[in-house]
Design a protein around this ligand. Structure first.
Ligand code: SF4
Length: 122
């Protein structure tokens, strides 16, 4: 397979370096520019991109109709639409305490969905 060169902008720190990554198929051959943290970021981004996800789920009996939630760890990017579909089907019951897992091991990823805030009853 021919080698390819891609540019990846590192978002690990505010410097925002442009890294030049050379790959041979799926194998990273070299990374130019940036630091060690940036190189780890580029490898992850090109082989298993992940993002923190913050959204809301429905909650019954609370002072608001929606509860903000977030992933306990960066979530696999290609599966985010599937995650959002799953979360659209969730309906919790108030009260809820900030930080509690509202879904454990979501979609078998080992990642939990956590409440971002308390939600008292109406
Ligand atoms: S490569 Fe290093 S210095 Fe550059 S943005 Fe990433 S973490 Fe910051």
């Amino acid at each position: 397979m021919p080698t390819t060169m891609e540019k990846v902008i590192c978002t690990t720190c505010p410097k925002g370096c442009t890294l030049e990554v050379t790959r041979d198929g799926a194998t990273v051959v070299s990374i130019l520019n940036g630091c060690k943290r940036g190189h780890e970021y580029a490898r992850q981004e090109l082989t298993d991109p992940r993002r923190m996800v913050a959204t809301t789920v429905r909650i019954d009996g609370g002072v608001h109709p929606l509860l903000p939630v977030y992933t306990s760890a960066p979530f696999p990017k290609p599966r985010i639409p599937e995650l959002l579909k799953t979360l659209r089907e969730v309906e919790l019951q108030a009260p809820v305490k900030m930080g509690i897992p509202v879904l454990r091991n979501v979609l078998g990823t080992g990642i939990d969905i956590l409440a971002s805030r308390d939600m008292k009853t109406r």
